[in-house]
Design a protein around this ligand. Structure first.
Ligand SMILES: Cc1ncc(C[n+]2csc(CCOP(=O)(O)OP(=O)(O)O)c2C)c(N)n1
Length: 343
């Protein structure tokens, strides 16, 4: 595939109107994303949690896109690999750890799959593990906004490139374009759908090229560059909010770790490939950029990293100390009233 193994050439520093504080906030989200994901893998290997997924390589896409989301009015319909996007719109590390530990204080009472967050407070839609099922959900939310004349609001829906092979993805794209709905489709193309490489998924290397077939704009952006992602998603969200209809944005990135803690990626891709792609790692590259551009001092960077780690450690300790749900709560919210099927 044309773009495989290569990030687009390095552009000169362009901050797209972002202040120093916003640039540092993007880096803080990227660092927290990476720290909490490493924590998930550690806790799994310690036998303390059953499962965690991994978005290493997606940090730039997600922290950049999160900044283009308008808190309090936009709606986010993410997928399971979007920890950084969820943190970026306001999910707390403590909420993340409650989900991983499946504690009673978790938003779903410890019942949902790990990393499947939902928050009415944040406009964060409940996540579905069924690939592309979130697309019709998101399109429905966008249709409701249009039906109710709620201008100034938009939906951001995300998915991997593998999910674009699902019928629901195509149906959602078509319906959104026909009805000119306020929605942005953000594809996080990490080149792998578990063990299926992107060139076995589709003959055209650009998911974004499909947009023209539905009658909406499609753009490709370097997913290792959070500022470029911010700019592309912001423009698309503004078009959606102002009645201009949907956009498909494809952010090219890479998955550095296994699909989840249950996957062994050595069975389908070489260590050399992963090692080679590490040169595009958005986290150290963005750290370096902010220091080079004088946005952060080297001491400021170290202090930011220390505070992220301290917050992650505190969230881990607090969540681990919380109780599990009681066994007798199993049917709460499943059957009406206090009906218990075994009685
Ligand atoms: C309808 C459906 N088919 C298969 C699966 C199993 N499955 C879970 S994740 C995944 C790969 C998805 O790849 P992609 O959409 O590219 O996203 P990524 O995980 O790479 O971020 C598959 C096949 C599923 N969850 N749902």
């Amino acid at each position: 595939m044309a773009t495989k193994g290569k990030a687009p050439a390095k552009a000169p520093f362009e901050r797209h109107g972002l202040t120093d504080e916003q640039l540092v906030e993007i880096l803080r989200i990227m660092l927290m994303h990476r720290t909490l994901e490493a924590r998930g893998f550690q806790l799994n290997r310690q036998g303390k949690i059953p499962f965690a997924s991994a978005g290493e390589g997606h940090e730039g896409v997600q922290a950049g896109a999160a900044l283009a989301f308008k808190r309090g009015s936009d709606v986010l319909v993410p997928y399971y690999r979007d920890l950084g996007l969820d943190l970026g719109i306001g999910l707390t590390p403590y909420e993340v750890l409650l989900s991983l530990f499946a504690r009673k204080a978790d938003h779903s009472g410890g019942r949902q799959f790990p990393h499947h967050y939902a928050s009415k407070r944040l406009g964060l839609h409940s996540i579905s593990s069924v690939l592309a099922a979130q697309v019709p959900h998101a399109v429905g939310a966008a249709y409701a906004m249009k039906y109710r004349n709620e201008s100034g609001r938009a939906v951001l829906v995300t998915f991997g490139e593998g999910s674009t092979s699902e019928g629901e993805w195509h149906e959602g794209m078509n319906f959104a374009a026909v009805h000119k709905l306020p929605i942005v489709f953000l594809c996080e193309n990490n080149e792998w759908a578990i063990s299926t490489p992107a060139d076995k998924q589709m003959a055209n290397p650009n998911v974004a090229d499909r947009a023209v077939g539905y009658g909406m704009p499609g753009v490709v952006v370097n997913g290792f560059d959070p500022i470029a992602v911010y700019a592309a998603v912001k423009e698309a969200m503004e078009r959606a909010r102002s009645g201009g209809g949907p956009t498909l944005v494809e952010a090219k990135c890479y998955r550095f770790l296994a699909h989840t803690t249950d996957d062994d990626d050595r069975t389908y891709r070489s260590r050399e490939e992963v090692e080679r792609r590490r040169q595009d790692d958005p986290v150290p590259n963005f750290e370096r950029l902010l220091v080079e551009q004088g946005v952060l001092s080297p001491e400021g960077l170290e202090s930011l990293k220390r505070s992220v780690l301290a917050e992650a450690n505190d969230a881990t300790d607090r969540a681990e100390a919380m109780p599990y749900p009681a066994p007798e709560d199993l049917y709460t919210h499943v059957y009406a009233d206090s009906y218990q099927p075994w009685r």
